[in-house]
Design a protein around this ligand. Structure first.
Ligand code: TYM
Length: 336
């Protein structure tokens, strides 16, 4: 069975951007691939800005979100990144074949480091850890949204360089490719950039119907629609784009018509979207309630996931260490 790996930061919330861009695909693909999904807490601490008082809970919340969204622990291996130390170890070894220049041209690095007086090294080295995540499982497919495509390109480059330098002519690491959904870049409700927890422009998968409505109400629409009577252009409206993911084809047709003729105001259109989003995620909210009431079950699943992931990861790491010529771990002999 071909293998996939993907990761998500424990940012505290699984939102519809993550879901449409990646996690929905994780769920679909788990039946056809040997799947490894990780809550990447080591990535979350790269800037030092994460609140240590909240990280563990956010990690558990993300696990609950993913399980509620349909990750099936009988099919996929779900685990917390820091529970498998081989991730950090392989990252160190991959430093050896990663040019600093390649790291410096990463768009996310440029965006996140801009304006910082002191740039944490973790921000620069972040994509090496991401490459290690994927390569540890020798995964060839990585379901991600567009913001991760460049990191994935670098992971391919790192695999290629390592294979050339240390692989003895063999493709020890496969070169991983991105698996896209049709929603590679979901825009935030403020219409200013991609949907992202750090921008506060999200709708959470587990938000209550009231919360969904309160978030959608002020959301950006076609800026040309200044008053209720102005006709709009659905093709430039993010709310209409979201309808495309949550409403039937008939509803989308009707919404577009009502927008173009100013038959509906934006609030009418948002109300229908809010109801459809709430309805879509109702079973997940229910599932999340059940899991929250049984944290031991979640802990057990994660522990089992880490155990299985570590077995595969350690095998790869042993191979990498051998290829790079490290002295294998020594044991004290019984006569010593
Ligand atoms: P993260 O936690 O920011 O996002 C998790 C996944 O959701 C996708 N995504 C989106 N897709 C479309 N529109 C959006 N607005 C949107 N926001 C997020 C992301 O593309 C991602 O697929 N560095 C990664 C985590 C990571 C990883 C990995 C991913 C660490 N190691 C190895 C793949 C393989 C990140 O911060 O994703």
């Amino acid at each position: 069975m071909p293998r996939i790996f993907s990761g998500i930061q424990p940012s505290g919330e699984l939102h519809i951007g993550n879901w449409l861009g990646a996690v929905r695909n994780w769920v679909n693909l788990q039946y056809d691939f040997e799947s490894f999904y990780s809550i990447v807490d080591l990535h979350a601490v790269t800037t030092g800005a994460t609140d240590p008082g909240h990280l563990a809970q956010q990690t558990m919340d993300m696990a609950i979100g993913l399980l509620s969204a349909g990750i099936d622990p009988e099919k996929a291996t779900l685990f917390v990144q820091s529970h498998v130390p081989a991730h950090s170890e392989l990252m160190w070894l991959l430093n050896a074949v990663t040019p600093v220049g390649d790291l410096e041209r990463m768009t996310q690095y440029k965006d996140k480091s801009r304006g910082l007086k002191s740039i944490p090294a973790g921000l620069l080295n972040y994509p090496i850890l991401q490459a290690a995540d994927i390569l540890l499982y020798r995964a060839d497919t990585v379901p991600v949204g567009e913001d991760q495509f460049q990191h994935l390109e670098l992971a391919r480059e790192i695999a290629r360089r390592w294979n050339q330098r240390f692989g003895g002519g063999e493709a020890f690491f496969p070169e991983p490719v991105a698996r896209k959904t049709e929603a590679v870049r979901v825009m935030g409700l403020d219409g200013k950039g991609k949907m992202s927890k750090s921008q506060g422009n999200t709708v959470g998968l587990l938000d209550s119907p009231d919360d969904i409505w309160h978030k959608l109400r002020p959301a950006m629409t076609d800026p040309a629609r200044k008053t209720r009577k102005d006709p709009g252009d659905p093709d430039v409206c993010n709310i209409f784009a979201l309808h495309g993911h949550f409403s039937s084809a008939d509803t989308c047709g009707m919404v577009a018509e009502q927008c173009r003729t100013a038959g509906w105001g934006c609030l009418d259109c948002k109300r229908v979207l809010a109801d459809n989003i709430s309805e879509r995620f109702a079973p997940m909210r229910e599932q999340a309630q059940e899991l929250k009431a049984d944290p031991q079950r979640v802990t057990d699943l994660l522990a089992r996931g880490a155990e299985h992931a570590a077995a595969i990861a350690n095998e790869t790491l042993d191979g990498v260490q051998a290829c790079m010529g490290l002295l294998p771990p020594l044991v004290v002999s019984s006569t010593a």
